[in-house]
Design a protein around this ligand. Sequence first.
Ligand SMILES: Cc1cc2nc3c(=O)[nH]c(=O)nc-3n(C[C@H](O)[C@H](O)[C@H](O)COP(=O)(O)OP(=O)(O)OC[C@H]3O[C@@H](n4cnc5c(N)ncnc54)[C@H](O)[C@@H]3O)c2cc1C
Length: 309
Amino acid sequence: MTNFLVHFRSPDLERLHKQGQFWHIFFCNGGVVISQNEKDIWTVHMPLPPDTNTELLDPYEVVFKVLGGSSRGHKIDIDEILVTSAWTGHICVAEHYGSNRGQVFLSGDVAHQNIPLGGYGMNTGLGDPFAIGWKLAAVINGYGGEETDVEWVHGEGQGTVISTDEKGESLRDRIRSHVLTNDGENKCLGVEMGSRNFPSPIVLQGTDDLETPEWNEKNYIPSTSRGARARHVFLRDGDTSIHDLLGFDYDLVDFTTEGNFASSFKEAASHLGIPIATVHLPNEQHARDLGNVALCCLALEQECHVTFG
Ligand SMILES: Cc1cc2nc3c(=O)[nH]c(=O)nc-3n(C[C@H](O)[C@H](O)[C@H](O)COP(=O)(O)OP(=O)(O)OC[C@H]3O[C@@H](n4cnc5c(N)ncnc54)[C@H](O)[C@@H]3O)c2cc1C
């Protein structure tokens, strides 16, 4: 299919954020809206049949239609249409990356194209000249030979990868298992969300046998173990995340009715010059249970939870 892209400027946050703040929204009609700067620059993509004459499309109407999802259009104020274009997703790869005599090399989209959803096109496009650069340097400086990289399908024979015979099946199995075990660039929630400050001089070392979930780079396991990122939980109003209440430095969440623990801790912190904010949540039993707070805060008679904001 073809996709029509409209890049535009609109300060109409009231209507754009009608369903709340977002980065991407994927609508049931196949359209997408992307917030580019959290302020006034946006992009919509609208899927269309491949034979559509996109020159006849009105970009304003396209924006309204995408934002309306599967219902009628959702009008917003638009200050300026910045760019419109049409694009079609491809997955393809050139048969050769270099000329026979090794004097010309291809890089970027002309050598291989990816559907943009993974965000790999420009990344791999920039990777090519880098890879060509160090290999060329090796050849020119005399320490590199003519061997090409071993690729997945190298030497397997034309068409093996799509053949239905045993050889094709086994090659596909090898590629599948390679992809599954080397997918770190798009499955790395453990790296993105799961970093821990433990052991650390700023985190209380307890004597109990608190269990810390196993860490791995692919998965993030929300936890309130010592030094872990404070876990997200919605509060009783069903709308506010506990993260919305945390500040920039240290936060102390006090779930007790009176809130005395937080205030005494704050006093001590202020005496030591430690920037600490307190969040008093007296009626949040669910958050309190989920947070395992009793396990986390030995220093405060097992009632509070110290986190990084
Ligand atoms: C909607 C969308 C979202 C994307 N998002 C991402 C992303 O998040 N991350 C990412 O890494 N990649 C993304 N990409 C892919 C990325 O944009 C491309 O992979 C990248 O631009 C390719 O760069 P390039 O220099 O190889 O080719 P191009 O950017 O296509 O540059 C080729 C240039 O050559 C010019 N040209 C063509 N023919 C001639 C000629 N005969 N004479 C002179 N000039 C000519 C063209 O006008 C063009 O300017 C996205 C692509 C799309 C469509």
